[in-house]
Design a protein around this ligand. Structure first.
Ligand code: HEC
Ligand code: HEC
Length: 264
């Protein structure tokens, strides 16, 4: 008897969860043109997280390589759908690679993208060709969040990160901020959270020195944590902008300090 109630409860929970998924109103389910109000209400911070890794943010699994991705087998399937995999972290595409740890970005740079009208960006993202119709997976709100992020929040990293990976910030100011806002989780020496778990501890110093562009993006916008999924830590990485209320310049100061922390 007990067992039966238990399986009914499980079935109920599953039905509830799948109803939640079905209720996501995807952008391409709605044929009418997008209304520009969506742009004014959009959350650019959500856009930053989606730009990094939208399949992870909206819990989508993809089974085949993106047909638009130019090389087979270079990335795990899901990664061929992430905006950054093709466009780079700032739409410089294949044209600028200093400071991104040698990641491959395979499409032409598009640095003028910030100036495109919101409606046009919306269409390109939601209703592009095969492999670029992200409205099949994202809601209107999410597509607008990407549009707003692209128009208002992209940072041109060539202005803030030197060719040798040095971050343009004041490390002395950064140190004080790091101690207040970051050290609780990452430790004073940056090694409190092991970001790679291979060959010793690789903490914030390792990450910022090796790939400052990714670090800048993820400290600005946060990230749903891998460690969260494996049960090692609750919650995700906080957003420097929204959760910790830091300005971009303060974040750059902090990163300048982080690059002086131990690499291992
Ligand atoms: C598989 C590779 C790939 C992925 C992943 C990808 N794109 Fe694209 N995207 C392209 C290509 C190719 C073009 C056309 C570029 C050209 O014309 O040179 C393009 C064009 C664009 C444009 C128009 C640029 C312009 O100047 O007109 C925008 C905006 C854009 N993509 C946004 C995104 C966003 C946002 C994501 C993530 C949700 C994304 N893309 C993911 C390959 C990709
Ligand atoms: C509440 C705890 C917490 C605080 C506070 C915090 N972080 Fe993190 N941070 C995390 C977690 C958890 C991760 C790992 C995310 C993952 O699983 O990829 C992380 C990852 C990172 C990464 C690596 C990102 C990547 O994946 O490449 C950097 C860099 C970083 N944090 C810097 C900072 C800085 C700088 C601050 C202060 C402004 C800060 N963090 C504040 C929890 C925190």
């Amino acid at each position: 008897m007990r067992k039966r109630y238990f399986s009914l409860a499980v079935a109920g929970v599953l039905a509830f969860l799948s109803a939640g998924c079905i209720n996501r109103q995807l952008a391409n389910d709605m044929p009418q043109p997008p209304s520009i109000d969506g742009y004014q209400l959009a959350d650019a911070g959500l856009g930053g997280q989606l730009y990094d890794d939208w399949p992870r943010v909206v819990h989508t699994r993809l089974s085949e390589q993106n047909p638009l991705y130019p090389r087979r087998g270079e990335f795990h399937v899901t990664n061929t759908y992430r905006c950054k995999s093709c466009h780079g972290w700032d739409f410089s595409g294949n044209q600028w690679s200093a400071g991104d740890g040698g990641e491959a970005h395979r499409v032409r740079g598009r640095s003028q993208v910030r100036e495109l009208p919101p409606g046009q960006l919306y269409q390109t993202i939601a209703r592009g060709p095969a492999g670029h119709a992200f409205g099949d997976y994202l809601t209107r709100q999410e597509v607008w969040a990407l549009v707003r992020f692209i128009r208002e929040e992209l940072i041109d990293p060539s202005k803030v990160i030197a060719a040798d990976g040095r971050v343009a910030g004041d490390a002395a100011k950064g140190r004080a901020l790091y101690e207040q806002r970051c050290a609780d989780c990452h430790g004073s020496d940056g090694r409190g959270i092991d970001l790679r778990r291979k060959d010793g501890v690789q903490g914030v110093g390792w990450r910022v020195a090796g790939n400052p562009v990714v670090a800048l993006h993820r400290v600005r916008w946060g990230r749903s944590s891998k460690m969260h999924y494996t049960g090692r830590m609750r919650g995700g990485k906080p957003s420097g902008r929204a959760d910790l209320q830091l300005s971009d310049q303060q974040i750059l100061d902090i990163l300048a300090y982080c690059s002086e922390l131990p690499k291992r």
